[in-house]
Design a protein around this ligand. Structure first.
Ligand SMILES: Nc1ncnc2c1ncn2[C@@H]1O[C@H](COP(=O)(O)OP(=O)(O)OP(=O)(O)O)[C@@H](O)[C@H]1O
Ligand SMILES: [Mg+2]
Length: 320
């Protein structure tokens, strides 16, 4: 893309490049509110107004994730067409685009796919009256499938399944159910869910005597713990600052200071790769002693509650 061409107002160079680039795939990734939709609309308009082989609006497929975004796109394209018409009144091509706006393929991904299925149901062997299941409906279906699956597994003799139940089961298999459903949701966001699962499985197939540090997912695991610890440090620092405010629950300060030091120490140990130490301390429930009693009315009750809430957040991170 040549950079010495003048860039029309109000676009930035990068935006203009995204608007005009052609002949290939384009991925635009930018911050919230930075003008992605505006660029996409302008890109469509640009194509519509091209002097050489201008296209018609019904030749576009514009898909979004939400109904609101689709409606916004349609509206903005409509507005941009109106503006273009004030500059080129009587332009027949533009007028035609206006009339095409309502039936243009600007929709959510779901509704586009549903239309496709309805149109070609006979090729897919589906009932033409298929519809998109709502969240409640899919949640019920998932539970049903999970019930059936667990029932089958329980009546079998797969030792792997029983050790899975033992590890994640929880009360009434709640923990296991959650793990299965979470894993399902997560893998569905992968481009190839089955492959992802197979790869994940491989990373657990370890040679004997391998240390935790030698595992491929160890750095990721440490990063995740590190982030959690940072959250705990942050919550405790907030709590301590607020406890020291006028009217704050000052009697908690001693606990909070100790706890903050404890969590910081855990964090430092993790930095030094001392996972065993982190684990034994992290699970040590003695870290969070019970807070001293405060007589009602002697401190600001709201601040006291807030400090407690923040401390509970940290406690939950450390003790689970
Ligand atoms: N270069 C620019 N100069 C001035 N205003 C701009 C520029 N680019 C976009 N805008 C304006 O910024 C506002 C936000 O743009 P837009 O809605 O397109 O952002 P977005 O990236 O799609 O936001 P979201 O992440 O919320 O979807 C709009 O009013 C748009 O007209
Ligand atoms: Mg947008």
């Amino acid at each position: 893309m040549s950079t010495n061409r003048t860039i029309p107002e109000p676009w930035t160079g990068a935006q203009w490049e995204a608007i005009t680039s052609s002949g290939g795939n384009l991925l635009v990734s930018a911050a919230a509110g930075s003008g992605k939709t505006a660029v996409l609309v302008e890109r469509v308009i640009h194509r519509l107004l091209e002097s050489q082989n201008p296209v018609d609006l019904d030749g576009f497929l514009v898909v979004t994730f939400t109904e609101a975004a689709a409606a916004e796109m349609r509206q903005r394209i409509g507005r941009a067409l109106e503006e273009a018409l004030t500059k080129r009144p009587g332009d027949l091509h533009l007028k035609k685009q206006q009339s095409l706006l309502n039936k243009a393929s600007i929709s959510t991904l779901h509704s586009f796919c549903l239309n496709l299925i309805r149109k070609y149901f006979y090729l897919l062997g589906l009932d033409p009256s298929v519809k998109v299941a709502g969240n409640e409906e899919t949640a019920l279906l998932k539970e049903e499938v999970l019930d059936e699956l667990l029932e089958t597994k329980y009546s079998g003799e797969d030792p792997g399944f029983f050790s899975l139940v033992e590890t994640f089961g929880g009360r009434g298999d709640e923990g296991l159910r959650k793990q299965v459903l979470d894993l399902y949701e997560f893998t569905r966001s992968q481009p190839w869910p089955e492959e992802w699962l197979k790869e994940a499985l491989q990373s657990f197939q370890l040679p004997d005597e391998v240390s935790l540090e030698g595992l491929s997912w160890y750095p990721e695991f440490c990063r995740a713990i590190s982030l959690e610890l940072e959250r705990a440090v942050w919550a405790l620092s907030q709590a301590r600052q607020e406890a020291a405010l006028p009217g704050g629950p000052a009697p908690y300060l001693e606990n909070l200071t100790d706890e903050l030091a404890g969590v910081r120490e855990l964090s430092a140990q993790l930095e030094r790769d001392d996972w065993e130490e982190v684990r034994s301390k992290g699970l040590d429930c003695g870290t969070f002693q019970s807070l001293p009693r405060i007589k009602t009315g002697t401190v600001d009750a709201e601040l006291q509650e807030k400090v407690k809430r923040e401390r509970d957040q940290a406690k939950k991170i450390i003790q689970g």
